[in-house]
Design a protein around this ligand. Structure first.
Ligand code: KIV
Ligand code: ZN
Length: 399
C-alpha cells in the first residue's frame, strides 16, 4: 500500500440519524454538518431525501449551506428516489447520489421479491438515471458480504458499466471478520477489471464489535473510501466509528501509510457536539473520545504517565482534540475557568450566555464535588433547551 489518499465519508446524518435516540431537527443537522465540514470529511451523507419531507429539507439545507465536503443523499434503485435525491442536492457545490440495492439472495427473495436478473436490470437503470443528474454516483450492493461472490462481481461490473464512480461494499449486518472482508475487496479487484477505474469503499456495521477492524482491513486491501459515523452511532450496534478509524491510521502509520484530510484535533469537539444533539454520548470507556479514554486511575499507571505519557498512552490527548490540561472545575471556579473549559469542549458563548451558564454551573457545583465534562455538556444542553422553550413561549404569547 503506497501513500494513497483515503476519503472519509461521514454518514452520521443518515445511517447514524436513522437509529433509535439519534434523530435530529434540521437546525441540529446543520450544526452537525458544519462541525463535520470543520473536521474535514470528504463526503457528507446528509440524509435519505425520499424518506420524509424532513429528510428532504435537511439534505437541501445542508446542500445550500455546507460548501467544503461533497454532499450525498441516499436513494433506493427507484426513479422517484433518484429524482428526489437530485432535487434535494440541487443547491450543492458538489453532489453525489448514493444508490443501494440488495445483492444477497436472502434480501432479494424475502425483502424485494425479485430475481437476480431483475436486480441487475434495476441496478443498471438506476445508475444510468442518476448519472443524468450528477457526475458522481455511488452504488452499494446491500448485504454484499452475504451475497454470492459470482453474483456480487456481476452486480458491481454492471453498476460500473452503467456509470457508477464509487462502489461501496456494505457489511450491512456486521457479519464479516476482517480477513473475509479484506478478501472480498481483493476478489473484486482481481475479478472485475472495471473496478480499477472507480473508488472502492467500506461500510461496516458493528454487530460483532468488528466494524473498525473490518474497515481497517478494507483499507489495507485497497479501499480508498471509508464510511463511518461520529461516536459509531448507527443501526443496531452502530457503524464504524470515524474517530477510531482515524486514530488507528494516526497511531499505526506504518500499517496504514495513507493520507487524509481530517483535522484530528476536531475529533473530540465533534464527538461532544453530537452527544449534545442526540440522546446519548459515548460510553466512558469508548476508545478515543470516551471520558476515560485518557484517564489514569491506578497508581502504577499514574506514576508511569507522570514520568513519560508514552508508558500508558499510545497517542496524546491533544492529538485528537481532548483537552489535556484537565483542570478540575468545582464551586470555587470562576467564570474564566468555566469559559475556558467550555471553549475546549467546542462551545463559544457570548457574555450573556456565559452569565446564564455560570449561574446554572454554580447550582450544580453546590451539589457536586467536581464537575466533569459530561456535566458541563448536559448543563449547556439543558440551558439551551430551556432558553429555546422560553423564546417559543414568548412568540406564542405575542401572537
Ligand atoms: O448498511 C447498509 O447496507 C447501508 C446501505 C444503505 C449503504 O447503510
Ligand atoms: Zn449501513
Amino acid at each position: 500500500m503506497t501513500n494513497s489518499r483515503i476519503q472519509f465519508f461521514d454518514t452520521t446524518l443518515r445511517d447514524g440519524e436513522q437509529s433509535p435516540g439519534c434523530s435530529m431537527t434540521i437546525e441540529e443537522k446543520l450544526r452537525m454538518a458544519h462541525a463535520l465540514e470543520g473536521l474535514g470529511v470528504d463526503v457528507l451523507e446528509s440524509g435519505f431525501a425520499i424518506a420524509s419531507p424532513g429528510d428532504f429539507e435537511a439534505v437541501r439545507a445542508v446542500s445550500r449551506e455546507v460548501r467544503g465536503p461533497r454532499i450525498a443523499s441516499l436513494a433506493r434503485a427507484r426513479r422517484e428516489d433518484i429524482e428526489a435525491a437530485a432535487r434535494a442536492l440541487e443547491p450543492a457545490a458538489r453532489s453525489r447520489i448514493h444508490i443501494f440495492l440488495a445483492a444477497s439472495d436472502i434480501h432479494l427473495e424475502f425483502k424485494l421479491k425479485i430475481s437476480r436478473a431483475e436486480a441487475l436490470e434495476q441496478a443498471a437503470e438506476a445508475v444510468r438515471l442518476a448519472r443524468q443528474y450528477v457526475d458522481d454516483v455511488e452504488f452499494s450492493p446491500e448485504d454484499a458480504t452475504r451475497a454470492d461472490p459470482d453474483f456480487l462481481c456481476r452486480m458491481v461490473a454492471t453498476a460500473i458499466d452503467a456509470g457508477a464512480t464509487v462502489i461501496n461494499l456494505p457489511d450491512t449486518v456486521g457479519y464479516c471478520v476482517p480477513e473475509e472482508y479484506a478478501a472480498i475487496f481483493r476478489m473484486l479487484r482481481e475479478r472485475v477489471p472495471q473496478a480499477e477505474h472507480v473508488a472502492l469503499s467500506s461500510h461496516c456495521h458493528n454487530d460483532l464489535g468488528l466494524a473498525v477492524a473490518n474497515s481497517l482491513a478494507a483499507i489495507a486491501a485497497g479501499a480508498r473510501q471509508v464510511e463511518c459515523t461520529i461516536n459509531g452511532i448507527g443501526e443496531r450496534a452502530g457503524n464504524a466509528a470515524l474517530e477510531e478509524v482515524a486514530a488507528a491510521i494516526l497511531v499505526r502509520k506504518e500499517r496504514f501509510p495513507v493520507t487524509h484530510s481530517l483535522i484530528l484535533e476536531r475529533l473530540y469537539p465533534t464527538s461532544q457536539l453530537l452527544a449534545e444533539l442526540i440522546s446519548f454520548g459515548p460510553a466512558p470507556n469508548k476508545a478515543v473520545v470516551g471520558s476515560n479514554a485518557f484517564a489514569h486511575e491506578a497508581g502504577i499507571h499514574q506514576h508511569g504517565v507522570m514520568e513519560n505519557p508514552l508508558t500508558y498512552e499510545i497517542m496524546t490527548p491533544a492529538s485528537v482534540g481532548v483537552p489535556h490540561n484537565r483542570l478540575v472545575l468545582g464551586k470555587h471556579s470562576g467564570r474564566r475557568a468555566l469559559a475556558h473549559r467550555l471553549q475546549e469542549l467546542g462551545y463559544v458563548l457570548d457574555a450573556a450566555e456565559l452569565e446564564h451558564a455560570y449561574r446554572h454551573f454554580n447550582e450544580v457545583a453546590d451539589r457536586k464535588k467536581a464537575i466533569y465534562d459530561q456535566d458541563l455538556i448536559a448543563l449547556v444542553a439543558e440551558w439551551r433547551r430551556a432558553a429555546s422553550k422560553s423564546a417559543e413561549g414568548r412568540l406564542i404569547s405575542a401572537s
